[in-house]
Write a new protein. Sequence first.
Length: 265
Amino acid sequence: MIRGSDRALIVRVDTGTAELIPDPDLPDAWLLRLNGTAQSHVNLNDPTLIAFDYIRRFADVIDAVAPPGPLDVLHLGGGALTLPRCLSAMRPGSGQRVVELDRALADLVTTRLPLDDDDIELIIADARAALEQAEPASADVIVADIFTGNEVPPHVSTVEFAEAAHRVLRPGGWYLANIMDVAPLTTARRQAATLREVFPQVAVVADAALLRGRGTGNLLMVAGDNPEGIRNLTRRIAADPTRARVEHGPKLADFIRTAQPRRDE
Protein backbone atom coordinates (compact mmCIF):
# COMPACT_ATOMS: atom_id res chain seq x y z
CA MET A 1 0.00 0.00 0.00
CA ILE A 2 1.27 3.50 -0.85
CA ARG A 3 -0.37 5.26 2.09
CA GLY A 4 2.07 7.56 3.87
CA SER A 5 4.30 7.91 0.83
CA ASP A 6 4.68 11.16 -1.11
CA ARG A 7 6.43 9.60 -4.08
CA ALA A 8 5.03 8.81 -7.50
CA LEU A 9 5.09 5.21 -8.64
CA ILE A 10 5.76 4.31 -12.29
CA VAL A 11 4.94 0.75 -13.35
CA ARG A 12 4.94 -1.10 -16.65
CA VAL A 13 1.50 -2.63 -17.21
CA ASP A 14 0.02 -4.76 -20.00
CA THR A 15 -1.22 -1.77 -22.00
CA GLY A 16 1.76 0.54 -21.47
CA THR A 17 2.97 2.61 -18.53
CA ALA A 18 0.95 3.50 -15.44
CA GLU A 19 1.83 6.24 -12.98
CA LEU A 20 0.34 6.69 -9.52
CA ILE A 21 0.94 10.26 -8.43
CA PRO A 22 0.06 11.59 -4.96
CA ASP A 23 -2.30 14.54 -4.84
CA PRO A 24 -0.33 17.42 -3.25
CA ASP A 25 -3.50 18.88 -1.72
CA LEU A 26 -5.27 15.80 -0.36
CA PRO A 27 -3.74 13.11 1.84
CA ASP A 28 -4.40 9.56 0.59
CA ALA A 29 -5.59 10.85 -2.79
CA TRP A 30 -3.98 9.62 -6.00
CA LEU A 31 -3.97 10.37 -9.71
CA LEU A 32 -3.63 7.46 -12.12
CA ARG A 33 -2.03 8.28 -15.47
CA LEU A 34 -1.94 5.68 -18.22
CA ASN A 35 0.49 6.22 -21.07
CA GLY A 36 0.77 9.87 -20.12
CA THR A 37 -3.00 10.53 -19.99
CA ALA A 38 -4.80 11.28 -16.73
CA GLN A 39 -7.15 8.32 -16.32
CA SER A 40 -8.53 8.34 -12.77
CA HIS A 41 -8.33 10.12 -9.43
CA VAL A 42 -9.07 8.34 -6.14
CA ASN A 43 -9.55 9.77 -2.68
CA LEU A 44 -9.11 6.86 -0.27
CA ASN A 45 -10.34 8.91 2.70
CA ASP A 46 -13.61 9.86 1.00
CA PRO A 47 -14.41 8.01 -2.25
CA THR A 48 -17.42 10.28 -2.86
CA LEU A 49 -15.10 13.25 -3.47
CA ILE A 50 -14.46 12.87 -7.19
CA ALA A 51 -12.04 15.16 -9.01
CA PHE A 52 -12.97 14.31 -12.61
CA ASP A 53 -16.21 15.90 -13.78
CA TYR A 54 -17.22 13.07 -16.08
CA ILE A 55 -16.96 10.45 -13.31
CA ARG A 56 -18.90 12.72 -10.97
CA ARG A 57 -21.48 12.97 -13.72
CA PHE A 58 -21.66 9.17 -13.99
CA ALA A 59 -22.55 9.03 -10.28
CA ASP A 60 -25.11 11.82 -10.63
CA VAL A 61 -26.75 10.16 -13.64
CA ILE A 62 -27.02 6.83 -11.82
CA ASP A 63 -28.54 8.59 -8.83
CA ALA A 64 -31.07 10.28 -11.11
CA VAL A 65 -32.22 7.35 -13.25
CA ALA A 66 -31.91 4.34 -10.92
CA PRO A 67 -34.28 3.62 -8.03
CA PRO A 68 -33.10 4.19 -4.45
CA GLY A 69 -31.15 1.52 -2.58
CA PRO A 70 -28.48 -1.01 -3.51
CA LEU A 71 -27.85 -1.74 -7.18
CA ASP A 72 -26.23 -4.50 -9.19
CA VAL A 73 -23.74 -2.68 -11.41
CA LEU A 74 -21.53 -4.05 -14.18
CA HIS A 75 -18.55 -1.80 -14.91
CA LEU A 76 -16.81 -2.32 -18.25
CA GLY A 77 -13.39 -0.74 -17.74
CA GLY A 78 -11.78 -0.46 -14.32
CA GLY A 79 -9.07 2.18 -14.09
CA ALA A 80 -8.48 3.06 -10.45
CA LEU A 81 -12.02 1.89 -9.54
CA THR A 82 -13.11 5.43 -8.72
CA LEU A 83 -16.79 4.99 -9.57
CA PRO A 84 -17.21 1.58 -7.89
CA ARG A 85 -15.68 3.01 -4.70
CA CYS A 86 -18.03 5.98 -4.87
CA LEU A 87 -21.13 3.84 -5.42
CA SER A 88 -20.18 1.59 -2.51
CA ALA A 89 -20.30 4.66 -0.28
CA MET A 90 -23.41 6.16 -1.89
CA ARG A 91 -25.38 2.91 -2.07
CA PRO A 92 -24.12 0.46 0.54
CA GLY A 93 -24.84 -3.18 -0.21
CA SER A 94 -24.57 -2.78 -3.98
CA GLY A 95 -23.10 -5.72 -5.85
CA GLN A 96 -20.52 -4.54 -8.39
CA ARG A 97 -18.58 -6.43 -11.00
CA VAL A 98 -15.68 -4.63 -12.67
CA VAL A 99 -14.24 -5.92 -15.95
CA GLU A 100 -10.67 -4.82 -16.71
CA LEU A 101 -8.57 -6.05 -19.62
CA ASP A 102 -5.18 -5.10 -18.14
CA ARG A 103 -4.29 -7.59 -15.38
CA ALA A 104 -1.11 -5.76 -14.37
CA LEU A 105 -3.01 -2.49 -14.02
CA ALA A 106 -5.69 -4.19 -11.93
CA ASP A 107 -3.03 -5.74 -9.69
CA LEU A 108 -1.34 -2.35 -9.26
CA VAL A 109 -4.57 -0.61 -8.31
CA THR A 110 -5.86 -3.24 -5.90
CA THR A 111 -2.45 -3.64 -4.25
CA ARG A 112 -1.52 0.02 -3.94
CA LEU A 113 -5.01 1.51 -3.56
CA PRO A 114 -6.84 -1.36 -1.85
CA LEU A 115 -10.59 -1.75 -1.83
CA ASP A 116 -12.58 -1.69 1.40
CA ASP A 117 -15.70 -3.31 -0.11
CA ASP A 118 -15.87 -7.09 -0.55
CA ASP A 119 -18.92 -6.62 -2.79
CA ILE A 120 -16.71 -5.30 -5.62
CA GLU A 121 -15.60 -8.20 -7.81
CA LEU A 122 -12.76 -7.64 -10.28
CA ILE A 123 -12.80 -9.70 -13.48
CA ILE A 124 -9.87 -9.80 -15.93
CA ALA A 125 -11.41 -10.08 -19.39
CA ASP A 126 -12.28 -8.28 -22.59
CA ALA A 127 -15.33 -6.10 -21.98
CA ARG A 128 -17.39 -7.46 -24.84
CA ALA A 129 -16.60 -11.07 -24.05
CA ALA A 130 -17.57 -10.53 -20.41
CA LEU A 131 -20.79 -8.77 -21.40
CA GLU A 132 -21.80 -11.54 -23.79
CA GLN A 133 -21.14 -14.15 -21.09
CA ALA A 134 -23.09 -12.30 -18.38
CA GLU A 135 -26.42 -13.69 -17.21
CA PRO A 136 -29.53 -12.14 -18.76
CA ALA A 137 -31.31 -9.58 -16.58
CA SER A 138 -28.48 -9.57 -14.05
CA ALA A 139 -27.63 -5.85 -13.82
CA ASP A 140 -29.50 -2.70 -12.90
CA VAL A 141 -26.82 -0.49 -14.45
CA ILE A 142 -24.02 -1.09 -16.96
CA VAL A 143 -21.24 1.50 -17.09
CA ALA A 144 -18.90 1.43 -20.10
CA ASP A 145 -15.70 3.46 -19.76
CA ILE A 146 -13.50 1.67 -22.28
CA PHE A 147 -10.69 3.34 -24.16
CA THR A 148 -7.68 2.50 -26.27
CA GLY A 149 -5.79 5.77 -26.04
CA ASN A 150 -8.51 8.41 -26.44
CA GLU A 151 -10.79 6.24 -28.58
CA VAL A 152 -13.49 3.72 -27.77
CA PRO A 153 -12.62 0.40 -29.46
CA PRO A 154 -15.01 -0.37 -32.33
CA HIS A 155 -16.09 -3.78 -31.00
CA VAL A 156 -17.64 -2.18 -27.90
CA SER A 157 -19.54 0.54 -29.75
CA THR A 158 -21.79 -1.38 -32.16
CA VAL A 159 -25.48 -2.21 -32.36
CA GLU A 160 -24.65 -5.81 -31.47
CA PHE A 161 -22.79 -4.68 -28.34
CA ALA A 162 -25.76 -2.52 -27.35
CA GLU A 163 -28.06 -5.51 -27.87
CA ALA A 164 -25.88 -7.56 -25.53
CA ALA A 165 -26.08 -4.79 -22.92
CA HIS A 166 -29.86 -4.62 -23.26
CA ARG A 167 -30.08 -8.38 -22.68
CA VAL A 168 -27.99 -8.15 -19.47
CA LEU A 169 -30.02 -5.27 -18.03
CA ARG A 170 -33.07 -5.90 -15.90
CA PRO A 171 -36.35 -4.23 -16.90
CA GLY A 172 -35.96 -0.55 -16.14
CA GLY A 173 -32.15 -0.83 -16.18
CA TRP A 174 -29.73 1.67 -17.68
CA TYR A 175 -26.68 1.60 -19.92
CA LEU A 176 -24.17 4.45 -19.53
CA ALA A 177 -21.12 5.01 -21.71
CA ASN A 178 -18.32 7.57 -21.73
CA ILE A 179 -17.25 9.05 -25.07
CA MET A 180 -14.34 11.42 -25.69
CA ASP A 181 -14.88 13.59 -28.75
CA VAL A 182 -14.08 16.85 -30.47
CA ALA A 183 -16.18 19.04 -32.79
CA PRO A 184 -18.07 18.13 -34.94
CA LEU A 185 -18.69 15.25 -32.46
CA THR A 186 -18.77 12.59 -35.17
CA THR A 187 -18.06 9.72 -32.76
CA ALA A 188 -20.67 10.80 -30.24
CA ARG A 189 -23.34 11.32 -32.90
CA ARG A 190 -22.72 7.87 -34.31
CA GLN A 191 -22.79 6.27 -30.86
CA ALA A 192 -26.11 7.96 -30.09
CA ALA A 193 -27.51 6.66 -33.39
CA THR A 194 -26.23 3.19 -32.52
CA LEU A 195 -27.89 3.13 -29.10
CA ARG A 196 -31.15 4.43 -30.52
CA GLU A 197 -31.35 1.28 -32.67
CA VAL A 198 -31.71 -0.78 -29.47
CA PHE A 199 -33.02 1.42 -26.64
CA PRO A 200 -36.26 3.43 -26.77
CA GLN A 201 -34.84 6.09 -24.43
CA VAL A 202 -31.47 7.66 -25.29
CA ALA A 203 -29.90 10.87 -24.02
CA VAL A 204 -26.53 12.59 -24.30
CA VAL A 205 -25.17 14.50 -21.30
CA ALA A 206 -22.28 16.91 -21.78
CA ASP A 207 -21.10 20.45 -21.19
CA ALA A 208 -23.19 22.91 -23.16
CA ALA A 209 -20.12 24.39 -24.84
CA LEU A 210 -19.02 20.98 -26.10
CA LEU A 211 -22.49 20.28 -27.51
CA ARG A 212 -22.24 23.61 -29.34
CA GLY A 213 -19.04 22.40 -30.96
CA ARG A 214 -16.44 24.07 -28.78
CA GLY A 215 -13.37 22.20 -27.60
CA THR A 216 -12.78 18.59 -26.66
CA GLY A 217 -14.39 16.68 -23.82
CA ASN A 218 -16.43 13.84 -22.42
CA LEU A 219 -20.00 13.03 -23.36
CA LEU A 220 -22.07 10.50 -21.44
CA MET A 221 -24.47 8.30 -23.38
CA VAL A 222 -27.51 7.24 -21.34
CA ALA A 223 -29.83 4.54 -22.67
CA GLY A 224 -32.74 2.57 -21.23
CA ASP A 225 -36.42 1.79 -21.52
CA ASN A 226 -37.98 4.08 -18.91
CA PRO A 227 -38.96 7.63 -19.94
CA GLU A 228 -39.38 8.64 -16.29
CA GLY A 229 -35.66 8.09 -15.79
CA ILE A 230 -34.87 10.58 -18.55
CA ARG A 231 -37.24 13.12 -17.00
CA ASN A 232 -35.51 12.69 -13.63
CA LEU A 233 -32.14 13.06 -15.33
CA THR A 234 -33.19 16.27 -17.08
CA ARG A 235 -34.30 17.80 -13.77
CA ARG A 236 -31.06 16.74 -12.07
CA ILE A 237 -28.80 18.14 -14.79
CA ALA A 238 -30.78 21.39 -14.92
CA ALA A 239 -29.54 22.03 -11.38
CA ASP A 240 -25.93 21.09 -12.26
CA PRO A 241 -23.60 24.05 -11.59
CA THR A 242 -21.16 22.80 -14.27
CA ARG A 243 -23.53 23.94 -17.06
CA ALA A 244 -24.15 20.47 -18.42
CA ARG A 245 -27.01 19.84 -20.82
CA VAL A 246 -29.16 16.84 -21.72
CA GLU A 247 -30.02 16.15 -25.36
CA HIS A 248 -32.96 13.78 -25.86
CA GLY A 249 -36.15 13.48 -27.87
CA PRO A 250 -36.25 15.93 -30.80
CA LYS A 251 -32.98 17.54 -29.68
CA LEU A 252 -31.30 14.14 -29.78
CA ALA A 253 -32.60 13.58 -33.31
CA ASP A 254 -31.07 16.92 -34.29
CA PHE A 255 -27.83 15.95 -32.53
CA ILE A 256 -27.62 12.66 -34.44
CA ARG A 257 -28.39 14.34 -37.77
CA THR A 258 -27.38 11.93 -40.54
CA ALA A 259 -25.09 9.72 -38.42
CA GLN A 260 -25.45 6.03 -39.13
CA PRO A 261 -25.37 3.27 -36.50
CA ARG A 262 -22.17 1.25 -36.25
CA ARG A 263 -22.53 -2.50 -36.76
CA ASP A 264 -20.13 -5.40 -36.44
CA GLU A 265 -18.10 -5.84 -39.59
